[in-house]
Design a protein around this ligand. Sequence first.
Ligand code: NAD
Length: 336
Amino acid sequence: MKIIVTGGAGFIGGNFIHYLLKKYAEYEIICIDKLTYAGNLETLDLMINNPHFNFIRADIADRRLVYKIFEEEKPNIVINFAAESHVDRSIEDPAIFLRTNVVGTQVLLDACRHYGIDRYHQVSTDEVYGDLPIDRPDLFFTEETPIHASSPYSASKACADLLVQAYYRTYGIPVTISRCSNNYGPYHYPEKLIPLMITNVLNDKPLPVYGTGENVRDWLYVEDHCTAIDLIIHRGKVGEIYNIGGHNERTNLEVVQIIIKELGKGEIEYVKDRAGHDRRYAIDSTKIENELGWYPAIEFNDGIKRTIQWYLNNRQWWEKFNSGENKKYYKSLNTL
Ligand code: NAD
């Protein structure tokens, strides 16, 4: 079994490669990653000498290179994690989001069409559904919820999902799509809420919270996302979308307060709210639970402790992000 994992030097793709090589020692994994500001090869340090693993630096929107890789490697499965993933950056400059998230997906799908594939899996997000009102805790996103993206990021992800579905219907490419809620865990780039707050506490910096911190997210430990994708690529039904969620809704403020409590210090600083800030995400993951028997295994209280401990133990991994260009950029934003 040969699997191409795109975006494997990033947060979730990196965790997924660790997971796959541990569980399926006989699989061959090829990681394609452009190594943007969010990619970090150190995330894959433990794999680099594994004879079943190969890293190729490439842009998924570079058709010539992607075709060459498919021609040489002849993968059975492609899992597309590669993306520009930060909402704030998409608000500042949407163009790169369209290139990577939409054109990049199209190039991968074309390569699958050209060279053949057993499965193409698109890693998508619950953000394609837009948001839910805070005062309607009875409402959840199901796979039937219409797409209603709010930010250039979520619009680009929604566009990619539509392309994936179109390639299934028009060309019969065997695809699946997963739409997951917010992830947290090791190797998370410290521009997103949880790692930003942990690293700011550790650096004695204030903890910037958008608006009043009332926005609600459904948090899932990254390993639970990995087990869900594992089930979908092996047993999921071709052409289907699967929602993945943690049954774990928390306001941003609650999450920050938990981190402060765990670390025993931290000063909140309320900052101007994000433009078009989604209010609440909440996933109904009944379909994947019923069809594939998936359930999240890691409780938030346990997951957040493990995550904090990882950032305490791996300072050299995240400190490199707090320099130069990133430092300037951090000043202008926080979170998710
Ligand atoms: P990330 O930003 O940490 O990592 C993205 C990776 O993609 C980086 O290694 C980067 O170098 C690489 N990349 C970017 N552009 C590329 C290109 N043109 N060609 C090749 N590689 C490129 O992102 P993440 O948080 O790990 O998210 C992974 C996927 O999961 C994304 O598709 C995202 O939309 C989706 N998702 C994320 C979350 C979350 O909470 N982080 C939740 C649901 C879905």
